[in-house]
Ligand binder design. Structure first.
Ligand SMILES: CC(C)(COP(=O)(O)OP(=O)(O)OC[C@H]1O[C@@H](n2cnc3c(N)ncnc32)[C@H](O)[C@@H]1OP(=O)(O)O)[C@@H](O)C(=O)NCCC(=O)NCCS
Length: 181
C-alpha cells in the first residue's frame, strides 16, 4: 500500500448522523412524508418536475435505470430525498465539459433539523466515487448553495438550465476523485 496516496489533497472524511437508503414505496407512512415534501412551498419554488399524482410520486421514488432516489433517514423516518441522474449532454457541452456527469437534486421534509441533508449528501459522495457531480441552483436559493458548499461543491459560474431559460442558474461541480488513488 502506498500510504502517501491516502486522502489526497483537501479531502475530509466525516462520521454521519443520518443513514441513506432507497425509499420504501410500499410504506404508506413513508410515502405520506414524500408527499409532504413534494407539496412544500419551498420545494415547489426551487425544484422542477414535481409529481402531482401518487402514481407519479411512487414511480419517481422507485427510480429507474436512469435515476435513483435515496431517502435521508433519521429516527427511522425520511427527512429528505436526494435524486441522482445523468446530467444532459447538451448542457454539459454548453458548459465545455467533455465527460458525463451525475446531476443531483434534493429536498428536505419541512421543519427537519438542519444538518441532515448535508449528512445524507456526504454519504452519497463517499459512496459514488470516480464520478463528476453537478448541480444547478436558483441565485435566490441560498440554502441550497450553502448545502453544496458545505459538502465540497465549487461554484463554477452561471448557465441557463434550459437553452430557452430567461434567467441564469448557478452551476456547481464536484469532481469526486477516489480518496485512495
Ligand atoms: C436546500 C435544502 C435541502 C437545504 O436544507 P438544510 O436543512 O438547510 O441543509 P443542511 O442544514 O443539511 O445543510 C446546509 C449546510 O450549509 C451550512 N450553512 C448553513 N448556513 C450557512 C451559512 N450562512 N454559511 C455557511 N454555511 C452555512 C450548514 O452548516 C450545513 O452544513 P453542515 O452540515 O456542514 O454544518 C432545503 O432548504 C430544501 O429542501 N429547500 C427546498 C428544495 C431545494 O431548494 N432543493 C434544491 C434545488 S437546487
Amino acid at each position: 500500500m502506498n500510504f502517501s496516496k491516502v486522502l489526497p489533497g483537501d479531502r475530509i472524511i466525516y462520521s454521519e448522523k443520518t443513514g441513506i437508503r432507497r425509499i420504501r414505496v410500499n410504506d404508506v407512512e413513508e410515502m405520506r412524508r414524500m408527499r409532504i415534501i413534494e407539496d412544500d412551498p419551498e420545494v415547489c419554488k426551487f425544484v422542477e418536475d414535481l409529481q402531482a399524482t401518487e402514481e407519479g410520486l411512487r414511480n419517481f421514488a422507485k427510480g429507474s435505470s436512469e435515476s435513483v432516489v435515496l431517502g435521508v433517514i433519521q429516527g427511522g423516518e425520511v427527512q429528505g430525498w436526494i435524486c441522482l441522474y445523468p446530467d444532459e449532454s447538451e448542457r454539459l457541452t454548453r458548459l465545455g465539459l467533455a465527460e458525463d456527469a451525475v446531476e443531483i437534486c434534493y429536498a428536505k421534509y419541512p421543519g427537519a433539523p438542519r444538518g441532515l441533508m448535508s449528512s445524507g449528501l456526504r454519504q452519497v459522495i463517499e459512496m459514488i466515487v470516480g464520478e463528476t457531480f453537478t448541480a444547478y441552483t436558483d441565485p435566490d436559493n441560498l440554502n441550497s448553495s450553502r448545502l453544496l458548499e458545505a459538502v465540497g461543491f465549487k461554484n463554477a459560474g452561471k448557465i441557463k438550465y434550459h437553452p430557452g431559460a430567461k434567467t441564469l442558474d448557478n452551476f456547481w461541480i464536484l469532481n469526486n476523485s477516489p480518496l485512495i488513488c
